[in-house]
Ligand binder design. Structure first.
Ligand code: C2O
Ligand code: CU
Ligand code: CU
Length: 519
């Protein structure tokens, strides 16, 4: 399904690189619909399949259009485009992980009505890394993201290019991948139609959908393969691993907000919804390598049933899929999802072409990222993750209100946030808008995460980089350090509203979200 030659031609990568003003070092990208973010004039949001409710982003570059583009930009570049909503529902485009002013953040305070459009413009201040963009309308986020409204946004810089050079990556061996799970029988996807139970745990599928394809497979050359992987699932945690002839160890290079200081050799890492990993695996001597989410116990214990979330917006707009049609069709697919933590094949690499001389050695340093440290003068802010009957999961016992600002932080201050999950709960991937953060410490961790906590202070290797989303397991307390500085440019002048929420999308659409403001 993912034919490399076709994508190479469609991606037109040569012209992408030629149009960069700063003459960057060549990057080893090949597969996927890579598009220079600076070349995007319009980002069209459309439904392309009304029966199953599938939607997509289309980048209009003037001379051509690219469906489900992977945007690529240098750090420091500007992104300027018009977002055009051709959905029958309101939408927004949120740039997850990128530090943007409230007006460009697309976080749902102001939506784009069906038929309307919105101009966005921002500079990319973040480090190189895999970021992403997705719909963020309270009450419709889970449905729209699941329908396909999630795109990858790769930011590059010198350190990033230096790593590709050190690994001698052939162009086919650098991949940016969005891994979602869907309910599918054969090639047919089930439309999004959550039950009350799905609203409590989150919508789970039975198969992986990688860059829009079931059973995705990528052609790579022998040597190092570098993959930046987003967990784009609504609710499923992944325990990411590689399997060749036998289990293949790999290197963790980076996480949400870019490269770690040094690579860490691992054989499995957790990636929860909205988290990203940057990994390298040496496929020399292998013919095929599978990426697999290993089985694990998510330690979920949910005792109560919440009623089906009745969000006012859902009563005003019909679902994207012809759900009623499918329900009346007795022959339609009825698919049983796999529980969270079930083993799931994700995608495969087909290794072909000439074997090079031995793959180069993994560099010892990847970036100048300092160790995470707690600022001594920091104010500690405490959050509790709880379940309340009739509402579902909430932060600090308070259901989300779009017009409320739960707390304010002064620009330029540093804070330590203590996020405590209750013992009778499930893993919650907590996401912060506005600024990234560092993970300082975990406590009370048990089960499969505890076994991977080798990085000091109860942390896992995936805790060592810059994060914007961190999973908090049942019974666990996680401490993070946040620096609310924001860039000193005029776009950030005045109070900026952002949010802190669970990125299990059914929890986010439910009430597990709070607004805050940097003032
Ligand atoms: Cu990726 Cu507020 O979201
Ligand atoms: Cu976000
Ligand atoms: Cu949650």
């Amino acid at each position: 399904m993912l034919d490399r030659r076709r994508f190479l031609a469609a991606a037109g990568l040569g012209s992408v690189l030629a149009s960069c003003r700063t003459a960057p070092a060549p990057l080893a990208f090949s597969q996927g619909q890579h598009v220079d973010a600076a070349a995007v004039r319009r980002l069209i949001v459309e439904r392309h399949d009304a029966i199953q409710g599938r939607c997509r982003y289309v980048a209009d570059l003037g001379s051509r259009a690219v469906a489900q583009p992977i945007l690529v930009a240098r750090r420091g570049a500007e992104f300027e485009a018009e977002i055009v909503n051709r959905l029958p529902q309101p939408t927004t485009v949120h740039f997850h992980g990128l530090v943007t002013p409230e007006a460009q953040d697309g976080a749902g305070f102001v939506v784009i009505a069906p038929g309307d459009s919105k101009a966005v413009r921002f500079r990319i201040f973040n480090r190189a890394g895999l970021y992403w963009f997705h719909s963020h309308v309270q009450g419709l986020t889970a449905e729209q993201v699941h329908a396909g409204l999630a795109g990858l946004f790769v930011v590059t810089d010198e350190e990033d290019a230096a790593l590709d050079a050190a690994l001698a990556l052939p162009p086919a061996n650098r991949l940016a991948l969005a891994v979602a799970d869907v309910r599918a029988r054969g090639e047919q996807l089930s439309p999004y139609a959550p039950t009350a139970a799905d609203c409590v745990t989150g919508w789970l599928g039975n198969r992986a959908l990688v860059n829009g394809a079931l059973d995705a497979s990528f052609d790579v050359a022998p040597g190092w393969v570098r993959m930046q992987v987003l967990n784009a699932c609504n609710a499923r945690g992944l325990l990411f691993s590689f399997q060749g002839e036998k289990s293949l160890p790999f290197y963790l290079l980076g996480v949400d907000g870019g490269l770690l200081a040094s690579p860490i050799e691992v054989d499995r890492v957790f990636v929860h919804p909205a988290e990203r990993i940057d990994v390298a695996v040496n496929v020399a001597g292998q013919r095929a390598v599978s990426a697999i989410s290993l089985a694990f116990d998510p330690r979920a214990q949910i005792q109560a049933e919440a009623p089906l979330m009745r969000h006012p917006i859902r009563e005003r707009y019909a679902p994207l899929a012809a759900v009623e049609i499918c329900r009346s069709d007795a022959g339609g697919p009825v698919v049983t999802p796999l529980p969270d933590g079930a083993r799931m094949p994700l995608f495969s690499l087909r290794v072909g072409g000439q074997a090079p001389a031995a793959a180069p050695r993994m560099p010892e340093r990847l970036s100048a990222l300092p160790d995470a440290a707690a600022p001594t003068d920091a104010h500690v802010r405490r959050f509790r993750l709880d379940f309340i009957e009739r509402t579902g999961f909430v932060i600090d016992g308070a259901p989300y209100r779009i017009d409320e600002i739960a707390f304010r932080v002064a620009r330029g201050t540093r804070e330590v946030w203590e996020i405590k999950n209750s013992p009778i709960s499930m893993p919650h991937p907590m996401h912060l808008h506005g600024e990234g953060f560092r993970v300082l410490r975990r406590q009370g961790t048990y089960g499969p995460a505890r076994a991977l906590a080798t990085a000091g202070n109860g942390r896992l290797p995936t805790d060592l980089g810059v994060k914007d989303t961190v999973v908090v397991w049942p019974n666990e307390t996680v401490w993070i350090a946040v620096n609310f500085s924001l860039p000193p440019t005029s776009e950030f002048a005045g109070p900026q509203r952002y949010m802190f929420h669970c990125h299990n999308l059914e929890h986010e659409d439910g009430m597990m979200m709070r607004n805050y403001a940097i003032v």
